[in-house]
Design a protein around this ligand. Sequence first.
Ligand code: FES
Length: 107
Amino acid sequence: MANITFVEASGQSTTVNLADGWNLMQGAIANGIDGILGECGGSCACATCHCYVDESWLDNLPPASENELGMLENVAAERRPNSRLACQIKATAALEGLIIQLPETQE
Ligand code: FES
């Protein structure tokens, strides 16, 4: 389990407790957090779960796969060095305290 904080573009911040194995997209949607659509259901095929990982966490996350890197070329909002797809990051205890910023748009 891990407490993950989602900060929406509006500044609204919500911390949710995610069970191991849940991905961040699922956690955001299940908790009514705006700013993540997750149209493909988490199969890394839509890029509507784009998020910005807090810079201090970048080195603690598993690296993005080639598939994720490819999909990141299709995000609607600005792609940044800390851009990731939320469906490709799974909760583990190691992510306790992770902060995720959400972009202004996903489409
Ligand atoms: S939910 Fe579609 S790429 Fe993440």
